[in-house]
Every structure is written in structure tokens, then in C-alpha cells.
Design a protein around this ligand. Sequence first.
Ligand code: KE4
Length: 429
Amino acid sequence: MALQLSRSEALFAASREVIPGGVNSPVRAFRSVGGTPPFIARGEGPYLYDVDGNRYIDYCLSWGPLILGHAHPEVVAAVQEAAARGTSFGAPTELELEMARTLIQFYPGLEMVRMVNSGTEATMSAIRVARAATGRPLVVKFIGCYHGHHDSMLVSAGSGSIDLGVPDSPGVPAAAARTTLALPYNNLEAVREAFARHGESIAAVIVEPVAGNMGLVLPKPGFLEGLREITRQYGALLIFDEVLTGFRLPGGSAAACFGIDPDLVTLGKVLGGGLPVGAYGGKRRYMELVAPAGPVYQAGTLSGNPLAMAAGLAQLRVLQRPETYPTLEARTRRLVQGLNEVLERRGLPYRARCLGSLWGLFFTTEEVVDYDTARTADTRLYAKFFHGMLRRGVYLAPSQFETGFMSLAHTEAEIDATVAAAEAALAEL
Ligand code: KE4
């Protein structure tokens, strides 16, 4: 059966006339899976509804933020109440103090935090602080990891550009790319070698402690500990980019989950409840370098705005309830177990995996530990599976190189329906 997407097709054609590629973020255009992206009319709980009346169980969840599902009543009410008091003041509010205190309480070792409006801004600012704190120019990142689209991070970036086949985007000056060392993920030898050669010039290592932008790739045992040890040894800062993992891993963060104490951390997505938000923070001695406390300049008209703070605080309040994480993790495990039983039953050699409320399924028999092994995945097969699921009312990430998410709104009924859809979709491969 084919999906009826006529209104989405018309809107997509019209949008391509006035918006690059018809979308406001590349991965939404379905380039790597093909077909027309459904234009969404509304979301409710675990569901998306498109403009043609199709309903989907959503595992993309706006790329992570909607950990409580769409239009959670407490989040919606918080935004409505905040909006009625004014949408932005460009002046300090008590909500921002409450958010800062909440993040410091949530994230082990976090001492001070600054709100911004996106994950990109968060990582860009954290890197600036690290360069200021050390007086050094270079930054180490890992191939396949994505830290937003600022110049020095668009060097073998993961999310989006892997699909677009443009590891180094045009428009990024060579000088900017030259300040970034892009190393293979999970490869401590490469990190040691880079530091042996450039150690005195390296300001920081920035890492997705669990990688989510080349598909879900877990850190090998000892990898994060090794990064902590090497950066300490050379006086470089360790930056955990937890924009995607924040609030989604066991214990609420990679820092808690793996017991690592980064110098700086970037957050976003979940902490804004679906509104534009980012945050960077870390040890007081570094964050007190940030203007106006210190000389490192960073600013933002809408940073810490009351709507994002209200939405984020409402969401974080629900996350702090004792039953939330056990439920989220049990639902994610149920989905992965169900998918693996189907894959086994059909004699397919692929396996899904999960950590916290993140999950992933690679169409490769290789053990995926980095960008190169992730690239062995059969993207054609993924695209067929993706559309087989979409036709059956399940909306996955439209790329093999992204991560699946879970929300508190997904009940066992949705999960079992998803597994049934997978059985039928896999039978078609
Ligand atoms: P934003 O600037 O898109 O808010 O955040 C950038 C970012 C930074 N760090 C990590 C670990 C991230 O995952 C992201 C953004 N994630 C992608 C999806 N994996 C956003 C989706 C999109 O680009 O549309």
C-alpha cells in the first residue's frame, strides 16, 4: 500500500521555491531515504499527524527534545502561562536562575552554566572558552560526531553531512578547518599520537560521549577514561557534547553513566521541552571567563528566554519523578528486544541496541565502533525499511546515520505495534 501524501507533495514543491531544499534543516528533506517528507500538522503524545491525515508513531521526536512525547499537557500549560506574561524581556528573570540551579543539580560536576539558543551555539561557545582558558588554538573532534554547524566543527561532521556526502562544507575557510583535528572515534591510539605531535597547541577535545550522529555508537570501555587522562596530562580541556545524550542516558547524562568528570559540557534538546535552546557550562574557573564576568565574549538576544525556560523546567520536573527513567528505559528495551526477535526470526544478521532512551539499528554485520564501520551499513536497505515502516504508520529517523529516541508517551501498545510493523517491513526487504 502507498501512503497518500498529496498535500505534503504540493507543500514540499512550493517550499522548495522559497526555502533551500524546502526545509529549514537538511536532514528533514529525506534526501538519504528518498521520497517526500510528510508535512506535519500536529503532534500528540507518541504520535505525529501529517497534513494528509496520516498518523505515525514517532521515534524521531524532533531529534530528541520530546522525551515526554508531543504536546505534553504540563509543558503546553507552562508555555501558555509564560507567553501570557510576555514572550521575551532581554533582561534577567527568576526562571533562568531556576533553570541554572536545576541543571547544576541534574548534572554531576557542573558548577556554572550559560543558556544559549541552540546546540551549535553551545559547542561554539564552549570551544571559545577552552581556547581562552588554555591560550591554545587547536581542537580535537571525532569523525562522525556532529557538534553543530559552526566552521571549525564542519570538518568531517557526522549528522547530515554524512548523508550529503560533504564531509567539509564549502564556505568553511581552510584556516578554520586547520584548527580542527578530526580523529577516528573510539581510537585512543590516534588521540595519543595527535597529542604527542600537537599536545602543546590543543585547547580541547570535544566528544559525543555516546555518539548519536553516525547512528548510535557506544564508547568502547576505557575510551572516555582515556580521553580524560590524556587531556589532563597535556592541560587540554575535555568537553562532553551532551546535546543529544543529556537527560537520555542512565543517570541522566554520560558523566553520570560512565563516571567521567568533563571540564565543560554542552546541553540542549530535552532541556528546552521542544523550544529553541542550548546551554554550555562546566567548572567555575572556566565559566567565570565568560562575559561579563570575564573577557570571553558570547551573547544572545533570546538566550534563556522565558518560553524555553518554562517549557524546559516543566519537562525536567516530570523527568525528576522517580518512575520516569525506569519506565523510559524499560520501553526502549522492549522495542529493541522486539526488533531483535523479529530480525532473528527472519534470519537477518542485523541487531538493534539501546542505551537509556536511545536506540539504533544498523544494516551491517560489522560491529560499528566508528565512522568507517558505520559506513558499511547498507543505506539502500535502511531506506526500504524506513519507507516500509512509514507506510505502516511508524516514523523513524530518515537516515541510517541518526539515532532512534523513545518518549514517556509511548506505551507498550505503540511499541508492540511498531514491532509488528517491523516484521512486515522486514519481510519486504
Ligand atoms: P542544534 O544547533 O541543531 O540545536 O544542535 C547541534 C548539535 C550539537 N551536538 C549534538 C551532539 C547534536 O546531535 C546536535 C544536533 N543534532 C542533529 C540531529 N542528530 C539535529 C537535527 C538537525 O540537524 O536537524
